[in-house]
Each structure stands twice: as structure tokens, then as C-alpha cells.
Ligand binder design. Structure first.
Ligand code: AVI
Length: 362
């Protein structure tokens, strides 16, 4: 019996735990050519056999800190503490994104699933699968047994997602992929009709070159019966946008500055959080919120294991994160050039957030 056939049944869970975890099992999720690249490392969670593609996080930090202007890759924000802070940001009254997207999903999931006749849902980013509940519910109601496959670099996130799916959706066959998005989606069988789901406006955190690379790779990996559901935050009144990233409790400031604790841990550097402050604002030319760390005193930042240092002058800024805000219609037009045809657009009554559904053009 193969583990994937069991994964959705909580009554079989203890049996799954007893399976040898290192051995490759067959799965309808992967294309035959890619199946051998994966092995089960946790019940219902797959990892790459040879994960040589991972970037060294310490080198990634130095590469962008020596750029002009200095900046950081957003994924460094999500260590354990950063991930907890982000969960709390999602609950803030000023941070409307999560609530608004969730309300659209609650209202429109049945329509989304009707428009996308698929046998598998692949979510980019795991969270705890709670935000995907409405889609999973609609999919199970319309089509019964379904594969649900979140892709994430966070193992705890995938495990939480698996446990949530097991407890709430016994009809679902859970197949988590512990990998970077592009490594995960490029292994999925293009003949398996799949809805790729990328929520939360996370695409807004990608810089222009990552954005182009992401959609090129995703579109290449998609088969003729595949769909993409993309959640994006829209351009709106600047005060509303700016308040969402400068909350009165200071949680966003903590989230952004925490990246330097993580960098100190990763690289042995000596960033002093007491000598920096958070600053953010909307840049209309780039249509994005920019989140900066600003040095409040001149400081010498050293990276002993790399024999490198730089002087961070008072009032100089490091760009820690961007959050792009989109014109939904223009984005739909743009993604046509990645062979993604827009087929539906769901929004809220204030038109603050959009869920865009695309089909892979043949
Ligand atoms: C994850 N991402 C969509 C968030 C955003 O709104 O850009 C990250 C965030 N950064 C500060 N607040 C929220």
C-alpha cells in the first residue's frame, strides 16, 4: 500500500508513522521523470533527495548588503521569531490584507473551484492551511477526493498544514513538499489537472527580476489543464497603505528589525538593534511600500568569518523589504506574456484586494 493513499485518513496515521521514511514511494503528484528526485522524510512530507540548490543564507546576506543601495532578500525575515511576528501582524486592525483576502475566499471559493476543474491543489507557502480552508472545502464538495500539496521551506509550517488537513479534511490526500517553490512546482506532473494557489500578496515582496523568473518558471511547469489563483493587494489611498506597514503597536517595526538578529546569528555580524530605527513609506513611482532600517549612529558592521566589514553611517538606510501594490487589470495583461490567460477576477466591495484566476494558455 502506498503512503499517499493513506495520507488523508487520520485513522491510519499511526501506521504512516511506522513507515520507513527514507524510502521513495510512488505518488501521482510527481511526473514520472521527477519521481526519483523526492523521498519521504516525514509522514506525507517529501524532500529533495539531493538538495544542492539551496543558496547559502550567509552569502546571500553579504551579496545584497554590498549592493548600492544596500538591501536584503525578504526570506531572511522569516526565522521562528519573525514568522510569529508576521502571524501577529496579520491580526492587526491596520493590516487589512489577510482579513480582506479571507473574506473574498469565503464568498467566492465555490465559484473559483467551479471555474477550475482540477484534481489537485498546490499551495505555494504553507502557513497552517487555514487560509486555504474555503478552497479545500469547496473542492471536496465539488469533486470529492483531492490531492492537496503545499510547498514550503518551513518544515513546522508544513507539519501544521498536514495536521490541519488531516483533522479537518479526511477526503484529502496530503502531499507536502519541503522545498523552494520552483523546485516543488517544476516536479509536479503537468498531466495532473492542478490549481496553483499563491495567496497573501506574497508576490508583492518579489523584486522585478525575481518576479519575472518566478512567472516564467511557474508557467513552464504548468500543464494544459492547470490554473493559477493569485492574491494581490491593490493600489489604494496612500494613508491606508502606509498605516498597514506602520502600525500603532510597532509590530511591523519589530518584524523588520528582527532580520538583523537573524543575520547576526547567520553570519556572526554585530548589528546593534538599539542603534537603528524602522522607517517605511509608499513609493508611487514603483507602486510599493518600502520598509527600511535606518542607522541612528555611525557603526562599523563586521562579518568576521568573511573577513569583511562596512561602515553604516548615521541616517543611512538598508532596504529590508518591499511590498508592491498592483493595478489588477494591468497585472492580468502582463501575465498574458507568461502564457497565463485571465479567466476570472474576484474582489471585495472596496476593491482593496484581488484574487485573479488564470488558465495556462495552450
Ligand atoms: C508576506 N507579505 C505579503 C507581507 C506584505 O504585506 O508585504 C509582509 C509584511 N511585511 C510587513 N508587514 C507585512
Amino acid at each position: 500500500m502506498n503512503s499517499t493513499a493513506l495520507a488523508g485518513h487520520s485513522s491510519c496515521f499511526s501506521f504512516i508513522v511506522a513507515l520507513p521514511m527514507q524510502k521513495t514511494k510512488s505518488s501521482a503528484l510527481f511526473s514520472p521523470a521527477n519521481q526519483k528526485l523526492w523521498r519521504l522524510t516525514q509522514p506525507s512530507i517529501w524532500s529533495l533527495v539531493n538538495d544542492a540548490s539551496q543558496d547559502d543564507p550567509a552569502r546571500s546576506v553579504l551579496r545584497t548588503l554590498w549592493d548600492q543601495p544596500r538591501w536584503l532578500e525578504a526570506y531572511h525575515l522569516y526565522d521562528d521569531h519573525g514568522s510569529n511576528l508576521f502571524e501577529r501582524i496579520c491580526e492587526l486592525p491596520e493590516y487589512y490584507l489577510t482579513r480582506t483576502e479571507n473574506a473574498i475566499l469565503e464568498k467566492e471559493s465555490a465559484s473559483i473551484i467551479s471555474a477550475a476543474p482540477v484534481r489537485c491543489i498546490v499551495e505555494l507557502g504553507a502557513g497552517s492551511a487555514k487560509k486555504t480552508t474555503h478552497l479545500l472545502k469547496a473542492q471536496v464538495a465539488h469533486r470529492g477526493k483531492t490531492i492537496f500539496s503545499p510547498i514550503d521551506v518551513s518544515l513546522p509550517g508544513l507539519m501544521a498544514s498536514r495536521d490541519f488537513a488531516r483533522d479537518n479534511f479526511p477526503e484529502i490526500e496530503f502531499q507536502g513538499l519541503h522545498a523552494r517553490y520552483e523546485d516543488g512546482f517544476s516536479s509536479i506532473d503537468p498531466n495532473l489537472p492542478t490549481l496553483f494557489v499563491f495567496l497573501g500578496s506574497t508576490i508583492g515582496n518579489f523584486n522585478p527580476s525575481s518576479f519575472v523568473r518566478f512567472f516564467s518558471q511557474l508557467s513552464n511547469a504548468m500543464g494544459p489543464d492547470d490554473f493559477l489563483l493569485l492574491g494581490v493587494d491593490r493600489i489604494k489611498d496612500v494613508d491606508i497603505l502606509e498605516r498597514a506597514y506602520a502600525d500603532s503597536q510597532g509590530l511591523t517595526a519589530q518584524f523588520i528589525l528582527n532580520v538583523f538578529q537573524n543575520i547576526n546569528r547567520l553570519t556572526g555580524s554585530n548589528f546593534d538593534l538599539a542603534q537603528m530605527r524602522y522607517d517605511s513609506g509608499f513609493n508611487p513611482e514603483w507602486s510599493r511600500i518600502e520598509m527600511y532600517a535606518v542607522s541612528t549612529a555611525a557603526q562599523e558592521i563586521s562579518f568576521p568569518s568573511f573577513g569583511a566589514y562596512f561602515r553604516w553611517e548615521k541616517d543611512d538606510r538598508i532596504l529590508v523589504e518591499i511590498s508592491r501594490k498592483f493595478d489588477a487589470l494591468r497585472l492580468q495583461q502582463q501575465l498574458r506574456f507568461f502564457d497565463l490567460t485571465p479567466i476570472a477576477h474576484f474582489t471585495d466591495s472596496r476593491e482593496w484586494f484581488s484574487l485573479l484566476l488564470f488558465r495556462k494558455s495552450s
